[in-house]
Design a protein around this ligand. Structure first.
Ligand SMILES: Cc1ncc(COP(=O)(O)O)c(C=O)c1O
Length: 388
């Protein structure tokens, strides 16, 4: 009856079962996996959502690529980051997931593939599968900073490959794409007629970027390149459902891509009018929210480095940007067992590395978005439990 685009196994994983058990038994725990900014004690400026009540939102004017007022605001947002992209090259979507869905439809026939980094965002597997696309992994490796294993990436390209995805900064490793890596990816894309997709949803959150970090994949225009962003991270408002893509590349190719995206987006018209009308004000007021999140992430990260420094058997890996940090811990038990033990005995929840496809056991991921008081005490307990 059902397609294989959606998983056949609908059961929860072992960590989710343990979390449910804790909840049902009324035992509370500190959550070091929080990724929802609206549930993290961030103070949103008063009147932030006032623009949603703008009377212009009473008029429905279907524009598949988005209303010009919002596309111009997004173009100005790129300019703020020092990246020039005309509003005519901006496409609005309801979220980054929506952007991926449109891009897979634009670039891939069923059964074709895109290259995705590992470790990285776990949703890629589902997003690709929902569009009948294969996600072919390529490795990124840690040597004091994370770098792309270009040999592995080259090896992963086959005749079905249509695009290379990079996440910069990456979730959860915080890896930031470097200039020499971008140059190598562009060469590969040119040689194999691939598009380059840069997920830059966390680009507003530098932590400790290494030299050579690029502002955006669209800093170059040699191949068809798409940068992804959205209000979800830029202004900490995932519930408003506004994402975007910015296209750059050889002019004829960009125009062809935009015309096709317009046809695909016209079939859904998924972005609401109020959020588009409010986009300029939201992006402007977003500064306040971004600053709070940035300060929180930085102070939690510093605290983690300091605490990990007291436990020589553990290492907090360098995070260049984003909202999470990775801990390398002694590999004495399977990650699931370790995470469930921490939940039941220390009353704290962390992500096991395997959620993000780390190559082996011995990694835990913590959210730097966690409230600082909770973060301090939970990470102290965590390090004491697993690193002594
Ligand atoms: C790398 C990455 N891209 C995209 C998203 C989701 O963005 P959106 O809420 O716009 O779909 C996330 C969410 O955590 C993410 O980690």
């Amino acid at each position: 009856m059902f397609s294989s685009r959606v998983p056949g196994d609908l059961g929860p994983n072992t960590v989710a079962v343990a979390v449910e058990r804790m909840r049902l038994s009324g035992r509370g725990f500190d959550d070091l996996t929080v990724s929802n900014p609206t549930d993290a004690g961030i103070e949103y400026p008063e009147g932030l959502l006032a623009g949603l009540a703008d009377p212009r939102a009473l008029v429905y004017e279907p524009q598949p690529l988005g209303l010009s007022v919002a596309r111009e605001a997004v173009s100005a947002e790129y300019a703020r980051r020092g990246v020039r992209v005309p509003s005519s090259h901006i496409v609005l979507t309801a979220s980054s997931s929506d952007s991926y869905a449109l891009l897979f439809k634009l670039l891939c026939d069923p059964g074709e593939s895109v290259l995705v980094p590992t470790p990285s965002y776990p949703l890629f597997e589902h997003l690709t599968r929902l569009d009948c696309v294969h996600a072919l992994p390529y490795r990124t490796e840690y040597h004091g900073t994370w770098t792309i294993d270009l040999e592995d990436l080259r090896y992963a390209i086959d005749e079905t490959t249509r695009a290379i995805l990079v996440v910069s900064p990456n979730n959860p490793t915080g890896a930031w794409l470097k200039r020499d890596e971008l140059a190598a990816l562009v060469d590969l894309c040119a040689a194999h007629h691939l598009a380059l997709i840069g997920d830059e949803v966390f680009a507003d959150y530098p932590i400790d970027p290494a030299p050579g970090a690029v502002r955006s994949v669209i800093d170059q225009g040699d191949v068809l390149t798409v940068s992804l962003g959205g209000l979800s991270k830029s202004v900490g408002l995932p519930q408003l459902k506004l994402g975007w893509m910015a296209l750059r590349g050889p002019s004829a190719l960009v125009q062809s891509a935009l015309m096709r995206l317009e046809i695909a987006a016209d079939a859904y018209l998924s972005v609401g009018t109020p959020v588009q009308v409010a986009a300029p004000a939201l992006l402007q007021a977003g500064y306040d929210v971004r600053l709070q999140i940035r300060q929180r992430v930085l102070s939690n990260y510093r605290q983690l480095l300091e605490a990990a420094g007291r436990h020589p058997s553990c290492q907090a890996l360098r995070a260049e940007g984003g909202w999470s940090a990775v801990l390398r811990i002694p590999h004495t038990t399977a990650e699931d067992e370790c995470v469930i033990g921490l939940l039941e005995q220390q009353h704290l929840l962390v992500h096991p590395g395997y959620f993000f496809d780390f190559p082996r056991d011995g990694y835990l991921v913590v959210s730097l978005l966690t409230r600082p008081d909770v973060f301090r005490s939970a990470t102290d307990r965590l390090l004491t439990a697993v690193c002594t």
